[in-house]
Design a protein around this ligand. Structure first.
Ligand SMILES: *Cc1c(COP(=O)(O)O)cnc(C)c1O
Length: 386
């Protein structure tokens, strides 16, 4: 059996895979088993922040793997402590809990918010308000948090304690928060899986203010938007707000599984020894990858992300077959006249990998994608949309 046959036989059929087997990559180019090269505008869904096998990342990860690959969290290791310091210094948050994925980072965020609310207001203050059209992960509890019904249908009963507000409607949010004993409000500033749609600035500011006034924990899910993707280190920074809790994962370690839940002043000591844990969370190899990635998401890189983003918005806006361009930074959605899936398949045939999100074509290139590759890929996409 070839690899695709083997996979279809033995790997659970949860993914509608494209008929492409990738064997290697360097930067923003990846190669399939027949030796065909593709310009990669997916980054493993916003994971490989500096592309495939980036030299600096590779060296940092290999050096740590050669020293020690794992230790229990009952002992101290350097990469974990260093990465936590970097995250706090760059965000003004105070402490970090490390896990392995976005869903877990969100689970921790909800645990912290619920415990904080129980400590300060009472244990019945447990409701978490999320937004319709949101996506927060695949655990049963994060499916419950996710505000899209089609994720719910197959897996009832869901975890209670989540209600969903209409995005960009502050009054609706206030009504919901008053109707429930609310522990937290959780938002994505740009709804990624929901079609790459940014929330309105006034709304995000209003939600943050309302949460602060009512001592409701504000959780920002930066799993996809974080780590430079939006043109700022975290997308909330584009809105001038300060969340109480930030969850992130995807791009943080440049291609290794790592989740992080950043805790602000208010909740920094909410979790006590034994309250939460993870066997792999804070793994030294993953955290060494994280240190190497975060250290290079500096002002210059972020300015590059914004410049590339402007280029993409400019080149796609008004192009034939493209009805709308949405998103922020290098997280972009194209509403196309043709079905998004058809456009993506045509792009793949032409040597450009991109994704869909709902009815949109979704682009998530590496943050450092060279301008010439980006331009070449954009031309192919425009051709396939027309
Ligand atoms: C991908 C994603 C998640 C889930 O992350 P996993 O690592 O797959 O658990 C959660 N929230 C958002 C916004 C995401 O984009």
């Amino acid at each position: 059996m070839n690899i695709q046959e083997l996979d279809r036989e033995y790997v659970a059929g949860t993914y509608a895979r494209f008929p492409v087997t990738i064997t290697a990559g360097k930067g923003s180019l990846v190669t399939d088993i027949d030796g065909k090269d593709y310009i990669d505008l997916t980054s493993g869904i916003a994971v490989t922040s500096f592309g495939a096998c980036d030299d600096v990342w590779y060296k940092a990860v290999c050096e740590q793997a050669a020293k020690i690959q794992h230790m229990s969290n009952l002992f101290y290791t350097e990469p974990c402590a260093k990465l936590a310091e970097m995250l706090c210094t760059r965000t003004g948050m105070r402490k970090v809990f490390f896990s392995n994925s976005g869903a877990e980072a969100n689970e921790c965020a909800v645990k912290v918010a619920r415990k904080y609310a129980a400590d300060t207001k009472g244990p019945d203050y447990s409701t978490v308000i999320t937004l319709k059209n949101s996506f927060h992960g695949r655990t049963i509890t994060m499916l419950s948090a996710t505000g899209q019904d089609h994720y719910h249908e197959l897996f009832r009963p869901l975890t209670p304690g989540f209600v969903h507000a209409e995005p960009n409607n502050l009054e609706y949010m206030k009504v919901l928060a008053d109707a429930h004993k609310t522990a937290a409000i959780m938002i994505e500033c740009v709804q990624g899986e929901g079609g790459v749609v940014a929330l309105e600035a006034d709304y995000v500011k209003g939600v943050a203010e309302f949460a602060r006034e009512n001592d409701i924990a504000l959780i920002v899910d930066e799993v996809q938007t974080g780590n430079g993707r939006s043109g700022q280190l975290y997308s909330y920074m584009n809105y001038g707000i300060q969340p109480d809790i930030v969850s992130t994962a995807k791009g943080l370690a440049g291609g290794l599984p790592l989740g992080a839940t950043l805790l602000g002043e208010k909740v920094k000591d909410t979790l006590k020894p034994g309250d939460h844990g993870s066997t792999f969370g804070g793994n030294p190899v993953a955290c060494a990858g994280g240190v190497s990635i975060l250290g290079r998401i500096d002002d210059e890189l972020l300015a590059g992300v914004r410049r590339k983003s402007e280029y993409l918005f400019g080149t796609f806006t008004g192009a034939a077959g493209i009805e709308a361009v949405t998103g922020m930074g290098l997280m972009m959605g194209l509403k196309t006249t043709k079905p998004a899936k058809d456009v993506v398949n045509a792009c793949i045939a032409e040597g450009v990998l991109c994704l869909t999100a709902k009815d949109r074509v979704r682009l998530l290139p590496a943050l450092n994608i060279p301008d010439d590759l980006l331009a070449k890929a954009a031309d192919v996409i425009k051709k396939c949309c027309a």
